[in-house]
Design a protein around this ligand. Structure first.
Ligand SMILES: Nc1ncnc2c1ncn2[C@@H]1O[C@H](COP(=O)(O)OP(=O)(O)O)[C@@H](O)[C@H]1O
Ligand SMILES: [Mg+2]
Length: 366
């Protein structure tokens, strides 16, 4: 019996949600540490008080759990249980901001007669944050897609409604093509972001030779260059990284593309790869518009683009660096940026080198 009792006590103490037990008069009989934490009331101060003193929990319509017409009184009077998915818990003791919670009230019976009620309260802040982030992405996405769509519509109307010379027609079609490209990139980036945010991106960790990836990236962006000199500088015998070829490729393409987009024609862009202790260090350096200090803290946020005129004139989604940073983190690496406005920018990515990773760990982390 004594052992059972300690087991129940432990369950009550360690239950991950707040629990408050009240008697038939709604007087507090017990509360667990989670309830102490969320209400700001200590057990010794709370026990023996009316529940309304420590709990002000309001639903969206403003009805208070402990009010005379509230869920608690109903449970005690009629024996009905109540579940609410969303409510605010006001912290009467600490006057901190209200916490977003869900709660349930279950009537308790002893020998067939109502004897009190059990109130459980669950802090739903993390769940709501996930939902809000998804809504924000949805909203931003619709907004971002609207601009190229409006342009597409305008261009196609021009093409349909006017007698145009072959040259004019070609020019409009070229614009149209550009907008379609932009939408395609946007949709691709958004899909990547949504896969990353929902944890649906898997990493295939293997030994990756650096040189072929860097050279391929340089080859692929060559078509974008406007007289820029793109210089791969790969250290002889650069160690292989412990990574994922496609992800490394995606990281470098994004950073090199940015370097091209945000630096004037005929300037030099270097892509360096060299061993550095237990990592391999990649540096993408340009002599472009640079990034002003005030933009630095927000560069890696979704949809963030600096309000620099050069940036605004260049097509982009503001998702690239967010994706890059998530990928770098997935590969166990780090990314840093140094920049001087008007002078240029250096992005540095460090990834663990393959040799530094013991084979045993290598197999285990697949
Ligand atoms: N090499 C760079 N030089 C100057 N600014 C850069 C560079 N790379 C990124 N930025 C800034 O960071 C912002 C976010 O980059 P990114 O997420 O790749 O979005 P996008 O390139 O689609 O605008 C850019 O809009 C730009 O303001
Ligand atoms: Mg970009």
């Amino acid at each position: 019996m004594a052992r059972d009792r300690t087991l129940w006590e432990q369950a009550f103490e360690q239950f991950p949600q707040a629990i408050v037990i009240v008697d038939r008069e709604a007087t507090v009989l017990a509360l667990n540490p989670q309830a102490e934490r969320i209400t700001g009331w200590s057990r010794s101060a709370a026990v023996g008080r009316p529940a309304a003193d420590l709990l002000e929990v309001r639903t969206e319509t403003g009805v208070n759990l402990c009010a005379p017409n509230g869920a608690l009184r109903r449970a005690l009077r009629l024996g009905t249980s109540v579940n609410t998915h969303f409510a605010y818990l006001f912290r009467l003791r600490t006057s901190d901001d209200p916490v977003r919670v869900s709660y349930s009230v279950s009537p308790l019976r002893s020998l067939g007669r109502p004897s009190g009620a059990l109130i459980t309260i669950h802090d739903v802040t993390p769940e709501l944050e996930t939902i809000e982030a998804r809504d924000a992405l949805m909203l931003a996405t619709s907004h971002e897609l609207k601009t190229p769509l409006t342009t597409l519509r305008g261009l196609s109307e021009l093409l349909l409604d006017f007698d145009l010379t072959e040259g004019q027609r070609r020019e409009l079609l070229q614009d149209l093509h550009g907008q379609a490209d932009r939408m395609e990139r946007l949709v691709g980036d958004i899909l990547d972001v949504s896969r990353i945010d929902s944890g649906r991106v898997s990493v295939e960790l293997t030994r990756v030779e650096v040189e072929p990836v860097v050279l391929r990236v340089c080859e692929e962006v060559r078509g974008m260059l406007k007289g820029h000199q793109l210089r791969p500088r790969i250290e002889a015998g650069v160690p292989a990284v412990w990574g994922d070829t496609r992800k490394l490729h995606q990281i470098l393409v994004n950073l090199v593309t940015n370097a091209v987009k945000y630096s004037p024609p005929r300037t030099v862009i270097t892509v360096t790869a060299r061993g550095d202790g237990s990592s391999v260090r990649f540096e993408i350096a340009d002599h472009g518009v640079g990034i002003r200090k005030e933009h630095m803290p927000r560069l890696f946020e979704k949809f963030y683009r600096a309000d620099d005129p050069v940036v605004r004139r260049t097509a982009g989604t503001g998702l690239g660096l967010y994706i890059v940073r998530q990928l770098v983190t997935m590969l166990g690496g780090q990314i840093q940026v140094r920049s001087r406005a008007g002078k240029g920018t250096v992005f540095t990515v460090t990834l663990p080198r393959a040799e530094a990773t013991p084979a045993r760990v290598a197999v285990g982390s697949r």
